[in-house]
Design a binder for this molecule. Structure first.
Ligand code: PGA
Length: 250
């Protein structure tokens, strides 16, 4: 039985006080959820958010990492720094890093492996552009991003990987994939894991859906057999809506 995950990707939003108030609101409203809850705040606020989440089951992750241990890499942040401030998880390959910041599959793979090698839990994001979907290329794009992203990742290390399927056309657009579209892509990804690893890895790996998840569509999306949770952007920035999604996750 895969534990459902509800993760909030705050992107470049909130300030210190807003982020800490958001976590306080989540703590107050969380109650007895069976979901694993993770928030991904901006770098400067990570330590404060870890402290704010103390005494709750809320985990804190970072939105990125760099592939070297330390040294002359101006502007970058290492896994040791992230772990030092209490981060357990990291997002890798988010579509905004791929398509806005120009991050290539090879770098996504290096980041995924660096996170895993250094004991972090890695959320590998994959997803097709609208042109690719319209050209019936969804599966080939997912295959390419999975093959590159997981190159050199062992079956044992897969225990620390979560996949997030985020169709780029659904991110921040209000255009959510239908539950059937999400399920189709997730089933493809699960079969991919079976083919390239094993049925055990396929069975155990959590695959999250991301792209305009809201309280009113979360339950139906997460209710699909191969959807194991949600990676939420906009709707994770208000305690009420994020709690609504967590409630929908069961
Ligand atoms: P959204 O973002 O929920 O605002 O569409 C999802 C994401 O980018 O992870």
């Amino acid at each position: 039985m895969r534990q459902v995950i509800v993760a909030g990707n705050w992107k470049m939003n909130t300030n210190k006080a807003e982020g800490e108030a958001l976590v306080a609101g989540l703590k107050a409203g969380l109650g007895e959820t069976s979901a694993e809850v993770i928030v991904f705040p901006p770098f400067p606020y990570l330590g404060g958010i870890v402290a704010a989440a103390e005494g709750s089951s809320i985990k804190t992750g970072s939105q990125d990492l760099y592939i070297e241990d330390n040294g002359a890499y101006t502007g970058e942040v290492s896994t040791e720094m992230l772990k030092d401030v209490g981060c357990s998880h990291v997002l890798v390959g988010h579509s905004e890093r791929r398509h806005v910041l120009g991050e290539c599959n090879k770098m996504v793979n290096k980041k995924a492996r660096k996170g895993l090698d250094d004991g972090m839990k890695v959320v590998l994001c994959v997803g097709e552009l609208i042109e690719e979907r319209q050209a019936w290329q969804m599966e080939s794009v997912l295959d390419e991003q999975m093959s590159w992203g997981l190159a050199g990742v062992s079956a044992d290390q897969m225990a620390d990987i979560m996949i997030a399927y985020e169709p780029v056309w659904a991110i921040g657009t209000g255009l959510t994939a239908t539950p059937a579209q999400a399920e189709e892509a997730h089933l493809y990804l699960r079969k991919w894991l079976e083919l390239h690893y094993s049925s055990e890895v396929a069975e155990n790996t959590r695959i999250l859906y991301g792209g305009s998840v809201k309280p009113d569509n979360a339950a139906e999306l997460i209710g699909q057999p191969n959807v194991d949770g949600a990676l939420v952007g906009g709707a994770s920035l208000k305690a009420d809506s994020f709690l609504g999604i967590i409630a929908g996750a069961g």
